[in-house]
Design a protein around this ligand. Sequence first.
Ligand SMILES: [Zn+2]
Length: 389
Amino acid sequence: MTETRADTDRLSADLTGMVAIASINPFGAPPRPGHREAEMAADLRTRLEALGLETGLDEIAPGRPNVWGRLKGQGGGPTVLLAAHLDTVGIEGYDGALVPRVEAGRVHGRGSCDMKAALACYLETIRQIRERRLTLSGDVLIAGLIDEEDQMLGSRAWGRSGQRADFAIVGEPTGLAICPAHKGQLCAVIRTEGRATHSSRPELGINAVEHMAEVIVALSELDGCLRRDGPDHPLCGHGRFSMNVIQGGSIASAIPDWCELEVDRRFLPGESPADILADIGRRLDGVMALRPDLRVSLSDPSLLAAALDTPVSSGIVAALRRAVETVTGAPARIEAFPGATDAPNLGCPAVICGPGHLEQAHSLNEWVEVRQMQLAVEIYVAALADLAG
Ligand SMILES: [Zn+2]
């Protein structure tokens, strides 16, 4: 295990400063008070400029910019992107979410773990490169991206037209495990249509809610089929399916003429969204074949996030593996990340590896250990030196 030199005071100060800026994702609405991604971007830009980096802002949606900073290398080596999202989930029911506090070696507050800790680590990584007088052949890019918690507009735009990199590290909370793969996510809305009538004479109507019940029964086999008979991936396991939001009807005294069910399909690298929709569509056709009066439709994806499948043989995985083993003195864990992230959108081989644990992310008591952040900085510095030293 190597000595950690990353400065805990600076890490805590940067992180608490950023947690205090409420950058809650607006989930499709125009940014409102409390949805300060732009302020987060401006704040991060100021911090990057204070470190002497070349910086820029790219407005992705009105009032919602990505921000980046570049530490120039000597030339000739790979450019490594350290990416993190600027937004957080909401704070409903979370007392003190925006009043960051440092207690018993942990920084508490919304966004502390997911994932402003990574941004604080990236800033300290730059300082450590300077203080240790490391010369890198390639550039280090730091990116703060909007909208990861919703449609991933920031990383999608980065992949299309952002600064180019050869490798990327995304410091989502993995507990410092190395995650070169994750499933993708496809959500879609199933709608049944019926005929409304007064509920004193139900036989005169067609009950869309009752018809949805038949759809639900038919689809309730799908997750088991995927786990039993579906394809699998060495890190990601099997695809998964769940039915998670339902609404229908408008008043209890009327037979409902509509019902909508939003479903969530987690898919493996290599599975195509078109095939997934076609599979669900065939199952709906099966229900309709048994019930000719049942009218059901399937929407286009309401959410589609790509799967990640960076080869374990990639240079970025090898560099992180050596870095983790040198820094922690323990074997590196190579595993799939549980959720979908910005990583597959960045336009280069990307790996997720960062401080903190996913159990704290999105919770009503979010925190990250400063010690994890210190170790993350050592790992990032060692991986950068390995790739471009
Ligand atoms: Zn996150």
